[in-house]
Design a protein around this ligand. Sequence first.
Ligand SMILES: [Zn+2]
Length: 567
Amino acid sequence: MVNFTNLGILGDVTHFRRYYEAPIICGREPNASEEERRLGVERSGELSAKVNQFILRRTNALLSNHLPPKIIEVVCCKLTPLQSELYNHFIHSKNVKRAISEELKQSKILAYITALKKLCNHPKLIYDTVRSGSPGTSGFEDCIRFFPPEMFSGRSGSWTGGDGAWVELSGKMHVLARLLAHLRQKTDDRIVLVSNYTQTLDLFAQLCRERRYPYLRLDGTTSISKRQKLVNRFNDPSKDEFVFLLSSKAGGCGLNLIGGNRLVLFDPDWNPANDKQAAARVWRDGQKKRVYIYRFLTTGTIEEKVYQRQMSKEGLQKVIQREQTDTTQGNLLSMEDLRDLFSFCENVRSEIHEKMNCIRCQSDDDRPEIEKRDTNQSAIRGCESDHDTSDIGGFAEIAGCSDKLKSSEKQVGTPLEEDLGSWGHHFFPTSVPDAIFQASAGDEVSFVFSNQVDGKLVPIDSMARPKIQLAEGNENHPKSNRNLNQKTMLLSQRRKPLESVVSNQVLKRSTISAFYKPLPRANVECEASSLSCSVQPQDSVKIKPSIGYQLPQKRLSPYTLDHDDFE
Ligand SMILES: [Zn+2]
C-alpha cells in the first residue's frame, strides 16, 4: 500500500524481502541469536519510521475509552489417549514421512495439516474423513480400530456418539463442555464459539442440543438477511440465548455480537488477522461486561506451532501494514518447517512455553521454600500500592486469587498480544484470574497464558442467570440443566463464599453502570458514587467487600468516535 502511493520508497520486492522482511522475521524466531534479534529490531524500527509517515492506523487502543477490560487466555489442552494414538499413527505413517523428505505438492501437504488440525478438534472429524475417503486420509489407514466401538452403530458404522460420551474423546471439547456448563449454571453470560471448520460447528451444535442450551449458528451458508436476524436475537437480553456458533471465515467483518462477553477461538487460524477479527466481535463499542477471550490450543501439536507462527507473523504485519494474502502457506514452509509441523511434542505442558526457556517461571521454582514465603508476604504488602498495574480490570480480585499469585503468574506491565513471554504463566488453572475457568479447566488443561487488557468503561459484572419465563418462539430450547454432572454441583457449593463477595460487588457496580448512558455529557463519576449508596443489595450479603478493591474509573471522552470495522 505504501509502495503504491509512494512508488519506490521501500525499494523493489527483492530488496524489501532481503532488507526488511527476512531479518525482521528472523529476529522474531524463538531461537534467534542476539545479533539476529538486534538486526530485526533495527530494521523494523526503520521500516515503521518510513511507513508511519504515510499511514494513520486507527487501532483498538483508541476505542478502549469506551470498552470494559478484557482478559485473553491462551489455554493449552492435552490430547486424549485416542487423539494421541491417532496423532502418532498419522505423523509416523509412510505418506507423511515422504511428504517431509520429498518435494510434495503443496495441496497434499495442506491436506495433511488440515487432517491434523481436525484431529485436534475432535477425532470424530477424522472418523468422517476416513470413512468418506477424502484426501488427507492416507495417513489414517486402519484407524477405525482405535475408536471405541460404542461410538458408532456396529452394523452401519454411522456415528452415534455413545450417548454423549463423545465429548470426552477430545481434550479441548471436554474443557469446553465444562466451561459451558459452569457459565450456564452460574452466570448470565453468553458465549461465542468460533471454529474454522463447519464440522466442528456441527459438534458444538450437537453438544448444545444434548445439554439443552439455546444456540444460534452463523456460517458461510447463512444468507445476509438471516445473519442480521441471528445477531439481533443474540444481542437481545429479553431472549434466552446462550451460545453463538460462528465460522471464522463467514464471520469476519461487520458482525456485532456484544450480547456475548465470552468468546472461544477453538482452533488457531494461519492468518492472525482472521482470529483477531473474530475476537473483536465481542470486545467492541456497546459491550458493557468484562470480556473473556479464550484461545484453545492442543498441547505439543500442530496447533501450538500454528499459533507460534501467527505471533511472529503478526509482529511483522503490524509493521508493514499490508493486506494479508493467501500465500501464507505457500512460500513460507521450508523443509525444516515441515519437519517441525509434523512432530508431536509429547509430555510438555506447553511447547511454546518450553521453547521460551522462561526465566520467570524458573526463578519462581528454583527459590527455596522459605524465601518464597518471604517474598510472597512482601508481594501481598506491595500489592496494595501497585494494585492497579498488577491486576488490570480487577480480574484476579474477582476470581479470588489476587494475593496468591506468584510473580510468574502475573503479567509484566501491559504486554502486546504477541509477547507471550510477558503474559501471566500458569502451570495450574487455579492461578488463572477467572473463577469460571478455574472451575472448568480440569486435568485436560496443561498450561495457560493470561493477558489482562485495560478498558476505561466500568464493567457490569456477570450475575446469576435470571429465571426467564419460557419465551414464545423458543420452544426448541427448553432450559433444563439436568445434564450437569455432579462435579459441577460440588464445585459450585464449594465456591459459595467467593461468589457472595462477588455478587455484592456486582450489585453495587451494576447499579453504577445502570446510570451510564452512551456518551453522557455530565460528569457521571460524581453522580454514580452518590447514587450507589442508596441502593440496597437484594441478597443481603453479610461479607464485607474486600478492602482495597478499586474500580477502574470511567473516563469520559470529550469527542465522539466514528469507529466501525477497523480492528
Ligand atoms: Zn514462564
